[in-house]
Design a protein around this ligand. Structure first.
Ligand SMILES: CC(=O)CC(=O)SCCNC(=O)CCNC(=O)[C@H](O)C(C)(C)COP(=O)(O)OP(=O)(O)OC[C@H]1O[C@@H](n2cnc3c(N)ncnc32)[C@H](O)[C@@H]1OP(=O)(O)O
Ligand SMILES: NC(=O)C1=CN([C@@H]2O[C@H](COP(=O)(O)OP(=O)(O)OC[C@H]3O[C@@H](n4cnc5c(N)ncnc54)[C@H](OP(=O)(O)O)[C@@H]3O)[C@@H](O)[C@H]2O)C=CC1
Length: 293
C-alpha cells in the first residue's frame, strides 16, 4: 500500500495551520488549505508571504522561489477536495467537539490509504481516531510554534495506529527538515505535559502577587535562559489554547496539581487571548507590548 505523501491538506488556517502549510510548500509539496472563512486563509497567506519575503531579503530564496512556494498553497472552501490528499493535517482550534465534527465531515471523502493527522496539543489521539473510518491511518503530528522555526514534531500513535502510518509520518517530518520524537498517547503528550504546568504556575505566581508580569518574565528569561518569559510565551501560544490544555490535563489525570489558574480562566473569559486578539498578559495595541498587570 503506497504511503508516499505527494499532496497535503491542512484544516484550520490559524498560526499553526499557516505554519504547517508553509513548511510543506517549502518542501515542494502542494497544499490544500481549508478554514471556516476565506478571510482566515487570506490572512495566513499574507503572513506566509511576509515570512518568505524576509527569506528573499536575506538571500535564502529568490523571488521565483517565493512565488513558487506561495503558488503551491491552494485555498479550499470545502473538505471534499481534501479527499484527494495523501495526508490531511487538522490544525483547527483546541476543542474536542470541533475536531470530532471535522473528522466526521471528512468520512465520505478520505482515500482508503490516506493518513489523517491531528496537530492537537493535548487531546487523546485514540479518542479522536474513534470517529474516523480508518483509525489505523490516524496519528498525532504535533508541530511546535512558530512552525517554520521550531525543529521538533511530536508524533503520537493512537491505540490502532499501524506501523506503516507511523513510518510515513516520520518520513514526512524528515522531508520537512524537522526532527520527530515519539510520545505515548497520554494527556498533553510530552512537551505540553511539562511546559503547560510551568506556564500555569507562572500565572499562579502572578495571581498570588509574588511578582508582576514583567518580573516573572524577566526572571525566567534571564534567570533560566528561556527565550521568552512564560507569560510572554502563553500570549504567543494563545491563552485559550493554554487553558484548553490545562483542562485536558486536569480532567485526564484527575490531579489537582493541574488545576487551571483562575486568573488564566478570567483572561480567556474576557476574550484576552494573547497576541491573536492583541491583548493578554501584555497589550499589543501600541508600538511596544505593555504588561496588563
Ligand atoms: C502549545 C503547544 O502545543 C506546543 C508549542 O508550540 S509550545 C511553544 C514552543 N515554542 C517556544 O517555546 C518558542 C519560544 N520562543 C523562541 O524560541 C523565540 O523567542 C522565537 C524563535 C519565537 C523568536 O526568536 P527571536 O530570536 O527572539 O526573534 P526573531 O529574531 O524575530 O525571530 C527568529 C526567527 O523566528 C521567526 N519567527 C518569530 N516569530 C514567528 C512567528 N510568529 N511565526 C513564524 N516565524 C516566526 C522569525 O521569522 C525568525 O526567522 P528567520 O530567522 O527565518 O527570519
Ligand atoms: N498555538 C500553539 O502554540 C500551538 C497550537 N497547537 C494546536 O494547533 C491547533 C491550532 O492552534 P492555533 O493555530 O494556535 O489556533 P488558532 O486559533 O490560531 O487557529 C485555529 C483556526 O482553526 C479555525 N477553525 C475553527 N473551527 C474550524 C473548522 N471547523 N474548520 C476549519 N477551521 C476551523 C479557526 O477559525 P475561527 O477562529 O474562525 O474559529 C482558526 O482560524 C490546536 O489544536 C492547538 O492546540 C499545536 C502546537 C502549538
Amino acid at each position: 500500500m503506497a504511503l508516499n505523501i505527494e499532496t497535503v491538506g491542512v484544516i484550520g488556517a490559524g498560526q499553526m495551520g499557516a505554519g504547517i502549510a508553509q513548511v510543506a510548500a517549502q518542501a515542494g509539496i502542494p497544499v490544500y488549505l481549508n478554514d471556516v472563512t476565506e478571510d482566515r486563509v487570506n490572512a495566513a497567506l499574507a503572513t506566509i508571504n511576509g515570512l518568505l519575503s524576509r527569506r528573499v531579503a536575506r538571500g535564502e530564496i529568490d523571488e521565483d522561489g517565493r512565488k513558487a512556494i506561495l503558488a503551491r498553497i491552494h485555498y479550499t472552501p470545502t473538505v471534499d477536495k481534501l479527499g484527494d490528499c495523501d495526508l490531511v493535517v487538522e490544525a483547527a482550534s483546541e476543542n474536542e467537539d470541533v475536531k470530532r465534527k471535522i473528522f466526521t465531515s471528512l468520512r465520505p471523502f478520505m482515500k482508503a490509504d490516506a493518513i489523517l493527522a491531528s496537530n492537537t496539543s493535548s487531546i487523546s489521539i485514540t479518542r479522536l481516531a474513534s470517529v474516523t473510518v480508518n483509525p489505523e491511518r490516524f496519528i498525532g503530528m504535533h508541530f511546535m510554534n512558530p512552525v517554520p522555526r521550531m525543529q521538533l514534531v511530536e508524533i503520537i500513535r493512537g491505540i490502532a495506529t499501524k506501523d506503516d502510518t507511523y513510518e510515513a509520518a516520520r518520513a514526512f517530518v524528515a522531508r520537512l527538515g524537522k526532527t520527530s520524537t515519539m510520545s505515548e498517547d497520554f494527556p498533553a503528550f510530552i512537551v505540553n505535559r511539562i511546559l503547560l504546568p510551568m506556564i500555569n504556575e507562572a500565572v499562579y505566581t502572578l495571581y498570588e502577587g509574588v511578582g508582576s508580569v514583567e518580573s516573572i518574565d524577566t526572571a525566567m528569561r534571564l534567570g533560566a535562559n528561556h527565550p521568552m518569559g512564560p507569560l510572554q510565551l502563553a500570549d504567543f501560544i494563545g491563552l485559550d489554547t493554554c487553558l484548553a490544555i490545562m483542562q485536558v490535563l486536569h480532567d485526564g489525570l484527575a490531579d489537582s496539581k493541574y488545576r487551571p489558574c483562575p486568573l488564566l480562566v478570567k483572561y480567556v473569559e474576557a476574550g484576552w487571548l494573547g497576541r491573536k486578539t492583541q491583548r493578554g498578559f501584555y497589550d499589543y495595541r501600541g508600538e511596544n507590548p505593555v504588561p496588563t498587570r
